[in-house]
Design a protein around this ligand. Structure first.
Ligand code: C2E
Ligand code: MG
Ligand code: MG
Ligand code: MG
Length: 283
């Protein structure tokens, strides 16, 4: 036990730890190769408004590994953050999202759609982040309000004033800001009030057991009430059943994302999905 051995003790060899270290090194080098060989892909998951219509999508990164198949982001984003690869990858996701927005902006039946892009702490912290967002938006000529950046509470660890200033620059540009995974972090309510946000996103952790766990239900209700009193939109992620959706709706939740509506899809499948929606309910 390295910990109980005290601060000044160096743990020379812990086979278990060693295995973790080399697995991470292998993952990091795999990631670099994946980046060189264009093994990443962006899938899109629909977001639905109160009336059941699609309002936008969330862009979700996928790694199409030649032998391991699709690797979910939770398994490689941390390594991408550690190796800084998240910087070019994140920029690429942003570029892909804006290219998609540009395409949709030319279609009357698609131009209302927003795209939410996840931004990691490392990426947000990067001194050029705000400029890069501005460049990408301008390059593609997309209405900035159609781009929504999903930030997490972990940004607050960097210091509230820096974070607010950066968020403010993004807001000034017209980009929308959502606080992702809300509820699992540690933001205090007084911080929350100062953040220039447009939306709170209820983490799927609370949605999962919303019908059976009174604590989760109370948290969801509180987050929705909080969003209302701060004049923010609120979206619930991980909505899998109609009962969950109805419960959230009764609490005043305005939009939803989850398998109940659609799983994350590759762009071609998403287009087909939206075409089917239009056939069912012509505008
Ligand atoms: P997130 O931003 O909270 O994204 C929501 C996650 O919930 C996605 O997992 C999505 O596939 C999953 N999900 C959606 N609906 C349901 C549902 O009804 N039930 C369940 N059980 N899950 C649902 P995914 O795609 O595996 O992404 C995991 C996390 O990886 C994301 O969590 C986000 O934090 C991160 N991530 C994904 N793409 C990017 C990216 O481009 N950049 C960065 N920095 N992080 C990303
Ligand atoms: Mg997200
Ligand atoms: Mg989320
Ligand atoms: Mg989440």
């Amino acid at each position: 036990q390295a910990k109980s051995a005290g601060r000044n003790t160096v743990c020379f060899f812990d086979p278990e730890m060693q295995a973790v270290v080399s697995a991470n090194a292998a993952l990091a080098s795999d990631l670099r190769q994946a980046w060189r060989e264009n093994q990443f892909q962006v899938d899109y998951q629909p977001q639905v408004g109160a009336d059941g219509r699609m309002i936008g999508v969330e862009a979700l990164l996928r790694w199409q590994h030649p032998t391991r198949g699709t690797v979910p982001p939770d398994q490689f984003i941390p390594a991408a953050e550690e190796t800084s690869l998240i910087i070019p990858i994140g920029r690429w996701v942003l570029d892909a999202a804006c290219a998609q927005l540009a395409e949709w902006s030319r279609r009357p039946d698609r131009k209302h759609l927003t795209i939410a892009v996840n931004v990691s702490v490392r990426q947000f912290r990067h001194p050029e982040f705000v400029d890069e967002v501005m460049q990408v938006v301008q390059e593609w000529g997309v209405p900035p309000g159609k781009l929504k950046l999903e930030l997490t509470e972990s940004l607050l660890a960097d210091g509230i004033d820096v974070t607010i200033a950066k968020m403010g620059s993004l807001k000034d540009m017209g980009v929308a800001l959502s606080l992702d995974d809300f509820g699992i972090g540690y933001s205090s309510l007084s911080y929350l009030k100062r953040l220039p946000l447009d939306q709170l996103k209820i983490d799927r952790e609370f949605v999962k057991d919303i019908l059976v766990d009174a604590n989760d239900a109370a948290i969801a209700r509180t987050v929705i009430g909080l969003a209302h009193s701060l004049n923010l939109d609120v979206i619930a992620e991980g909505v899998e059943t109609e009962e969950q959706r109805a419960f959230l709706e009764r609490q005043g939740c305005g939009s939803y994302q989850g398998y109940l509506f659609c799983v994350p899809l590759a762009i071609d499948q998403l287009e087909a999905f939206m075409d089917r929606l239009q056939e069912e309910a012509p505008a």
